[in-house]
Design a protein around this ligand. Structure first.
Ligand code: CUA
Length: 229
């Protein structure tokens, strides 16, 4: 989860988020190289006193400064596309979760099991326990098994919301009348926090998401006690 003064991405909890972090670092290296080079050239241009009244063209340099940026862009675009398609791929999920956005809470349905559905509201600050996270903790957490391919079907009941969990590298808009899907695999247990990421009204900031990653056995225990049938 994010903590004070944290400027980078959150620690990954899924292989795809790990790849996203690698891609971010790769793009950052390219960015720093370009900024340094351009910065150096601009300062040289600014501080020297060279003039050439007869300079009109330079075929060689023009080819270099056209082709070089194109090559650099390809080196960013190809890994980016690879990740894009990797993120979009849903490979036979073992558990499907439905997340429905409401003004202003999330409701969840585990349609693989009998009658498991509940609402998930933020815990208001005045009811928060001493060790709670303000504006982030919810009354009913979304429990999911780790080391299992999960699919989340996302929709909304009123306006557009967005279901987001940064540590898992997933974010999809929840749109009324539409089903969007994301898929992930959690490679460690823990609590992964997220917030609605589409301005959806007065309490947009107060409909957080908490995914609780547990072992498969604990998940089955939880689901059988939660099942109303
Ligand atoms: Cu729901 Cu913003």
């Amino acid at each position: 989860m994010p903590t004070w003064g944290h400027l980078g991405l959150q620690d990954s909890a899924s292989p795809l988020m790990e790849q996203l972090i690698f891609f971010h670092d790769h793009a950052m290296v390219v960015l720093i190289l370009i900024t340094t080079l351009v910065g150096y050239m601009m300062s040289t241009l600014f501080f020297n006193t060279f003039t050439n009244r007869f300079l009109l063209e330079g075929q060689t340099i023009e080819i270099v400064w056209t082709v070089l940026p194109a090559l650099i862009l390809i080196f960013i675009a190809l890994p980016s596309l690879r990740l894009l398609y990797l993120l979009d791929e849903v490979n036979n999920p073992s558990v499907t979760l439905k997340a429905i956005g409401h003004q202003w809470y999330w409701s969840y349905e585990y349609s693989d099991f009998l009658q498991v559905e509940f609402d998930s509201y933020m815990i208001p600050s005045n009811e928060l326990p001493e060790d709670g996270f303000r504006l982030l903790d919810v009354d009913n957490r979304t429990v999911l098994p780790m080391n299992t391919q999960i699919r989340v079907l996302i929709s909304a009941a009123d306006v557009i919301h967005s279901w987001t969990v940064p540590a898992l590298g997933v974010k999809a808009d929840a749109i009324p009348g539409r089903l969007n899907q994301v898929s992930f695999l959690m490679n460690r247990p823990g609590l992964f926090y997220g917030q609605c990421s589409e301005i959806c009204g007065a309490n947009h900031s107060f409909m957080p998401i908490v995914v609780e990653s547990v072992s498969v056995n604990s998940f089955l225990n939880w689901i059988s006690t939660s099942s109303e049938a």
